[in-house]
Design a protein around this ligand. Structure first.
Ligand code: SF4
Length: 195
């Protein structure tokens, strides 16, 4: 029987040290007031409350499970609310081999997500088809939907997934609230045949 170990040497911890605060955006502050751009406040809120939709088809999905579990704990980034409803999520995380038959389904899920939405391709398969250079495998999800961040690796370690997630957070935090109405963004979607 394995011995049960109790924490017999508890450490005194200051709870305030364990709570991290999101840094305030650039602005002008004084006694009782703080002024900044609306975009910065919206970006701050969005980047710290991303709701991921895991589109996991194979082994990279297992790494994502590790990323969500207690050791790596994606909840620290405000993303514990993993959802399987495209209507409510704003970050599509594609993990695993995407067969060409699956591509229209992936695209449909993307289309069902409301703007603003972001996409992260996790692992070699989602990014480029990986080792599966075959007739049946999509050679990268960016053939059917736009991708914001690619995470390399086969599979990427949870640290790499977290790094990619933080890159998405940087993008989200700095994105202008008008970007989705810009001609450049419309051109990008049009290039994928999305109106
Ligand atoms: S990148 Fe490697 S680990 Fe990830 S789904 Fe493809 S084969 Fe599996």
């Amino acid at each position: 029987m394995r011995p049960v170990r109790f924490n017999i040497h508890p450490k005194e911890a200051e709870i305030a040290d364990a709570i991290s605060m999101a840094p305030a955006p650039d602005g002008i502050g004084g006694d009782g007031f703080f002024a900044t751009q609306l975009s910065s406040v919206v970006g701050l809120a969005r980047k710290n409350s991303l709701w991921p939709l895991p589109f996991a088809t194979s082994c990279c999905g297992i790494e994502f499970m590790a990323t969500m579990a207690s050791h790596y704990d994606l909840s620290r980034f405000g993303s514990e609310r993993v959802g399987f409803s495209p209507r409510q999520c704003d970050l599509l995380m594609v993990m695993g081999t995407i067969a060409k038959k699956m591509a229209p389904v992936l695209r449909q899920v993307y289309l069902q997500m409301a703007e603003p939405r972001w996409v992260i391709a996790v692992g070699a398969c989602a990014s480029s088809g990986g080792i599966f250079d075959t007739y049946s495998v999509l050679q990268g999800i960016d053939q059917v939907i736009p991708v914001d961040v690619y995470v390399p690796g086969c599979p990427p370690r949870p640290e790499a997934i977290i790094d990619g997630f933080m890159k998405i957070q940087d993008l989200v935090g700095q994105e202008s609230i008008r970007r989705r109405n810009s001609d450049q963004y419309k051109d990008l979607l049009n290039s994928y045949g999305i109106q």
